[in-house]
Design a protein around this ligand. Structure first.
Ligand code: F6P
Length: 344
């Protein structure tokens, strides 16, 4: 059996661990693994597949990024691109495909599966917001980076008695902001699920000063809409191939820091953590989880359970339909958001 594997969308620490798990299991079973270059781009444009040998997956467990490359190319935007994917899948002699990605990549996988292509998924997004699964590859590493940054920012914020705004990733949901903020002792967390206005934020920072807290750490998810900050509620600007606004250009963090300084007179600074949250080595948790879920994706492929995806449920792995996982976003529940408020 020749099994293709690709990684699509934004990279995340742990992708190489998942590819390694697929390859090691396949090679042990006497199957072939073909690495598809650069996500869906590799099959739309037939960038060729390379058979993965044991040496290529040696030493990659601790390495960030993805040895296969990735892209945000979207074959769903054009019927001829979908046809090209199917043609190239066949001409490369693939018997199955494992697509490792988030909602965009997996939406394509689901559409291909609906057209009869033997595809399975593996959940990856450092945003950690896919439905059904309780965890996605890359999230723990992102939270660890945010936590370390908040620890470092605390000392400089305290020394200068400043408001430190920290912008983190999170397009539609605030998982990275809430978990990073809880771990790093944030004094306010602003996320898409629970909108607040600039005036709410200002009132909270004033009340902290009145309580003798002369510095504050505000964590804001890049996708947060803040009433009172015109630019940070705008829906215009450059978009990616899946139609998403490029939030790194929208700049909610810098605008919030400006708004706070103007409204309160408190000295404010901003740190945009950006792509540091996706770069570098995976944590131990991500290495282990990516190994388990990558191996489970391989098991689905060899047992011909196409159109399905392994998911985290409790401490174990269950499987679900691809269609369920891409049906919407898993949002931060109110109890977790309110727990963070206790420490403000
Ligand atoms: O999908 C994960 C994510 O990290 C989002 O939080 C972020 O908005 C997006 O990727 C940015 O990715 P890129 O700039 O690589 O398209």
């Amino acid at each position: 059996m020749r099994i293709g594997v690709l990684t699509g969308g934004g990279d995340a620490p742990g992708l190489n661990a998942a590819i390694r798990a697929v390859a090691r299991k396949a090679l042990a079973d006497g199957n072939e693994v073909a690495g598809v270059r650069n996500g869906w781009a590799g099959l739309v444009r037939d960038q060729g597949v390379g058979l993965i040998d044991p040496h290529q997956v040696s030493g990659v467990l601790a390495v960030g990024g993805t040895m296969l490359g990735t892209s945000r190319v979207n074959p769903l935007s054009d019927e001829s691109a979908m046809a090209a994917v199917i043609d190239h899948f066949r001409s490369e002699g693939l018997d199955a495909l494992i697509a490792i990605g988030g909602d965009d990549t997996l939406s394509v996988a689901r559409a291909l599966s609906d057209r009869g292509l033997p595809v399975v998924g593996v959940p990856k997004t450092m945003d950690n917001d896919l439905q059904v699964t309780e965890y996605c590859i890359g999230f723990d590493s992102a939270v660890a980076i945010v936590t370390e940054a908040l620890d470092r920012l605390h000392t400089t914020a305290a020394a200068h008695h400043r408001v430190m705004v920290v912008e983190v990733m999170g397009r539609d949901t605030g998982w990275v902001a809430v978990m990073g903020g809880l771990a790093g002792g944030a004094d306010l967390i602003v996320i898409p699920e629970f909108p607040v206005s600039l005036q709410d934020i200002v009132a909270h920072l004033r009340s902290r000063r009145e309580r003798g807290r002369d510095f504050s750490i505000v964590v804001v998810a890049e996708g947060a809409r803040i009433d009172g900050l015109a630019e940070a509620t705008a829906e215009t600007g450059p978009r990616d191939a899946f139609g998403h606004l490029l939030l790194s250009r929208r700049g909610v963090g810098p605008q919030l820091a400006d708004g706070i300084e103007t409204e309160t007179g408190f000295e404010a600074r901003v740190t945009v953590l950006g792509y540091t949250q996706r770069g570098g080595a995976p944590t131990a948790y991500d290495r282990i989880w990516a190994t388990r879920v990558g191996a489970a994706g391989y098991d689905l492929a060899v047992s011909s359970e196409f159109g399905r995806i392994p998911v985290k449920r409790g401490d174990g792995i269950a499987t679900a339909e691809l269609a369920e996982v891409v049906a919407g976003q898993r949002r931060v529940p109110e109890d977790l958001y309110r727990l963070a408020e206790v420490f403000y």
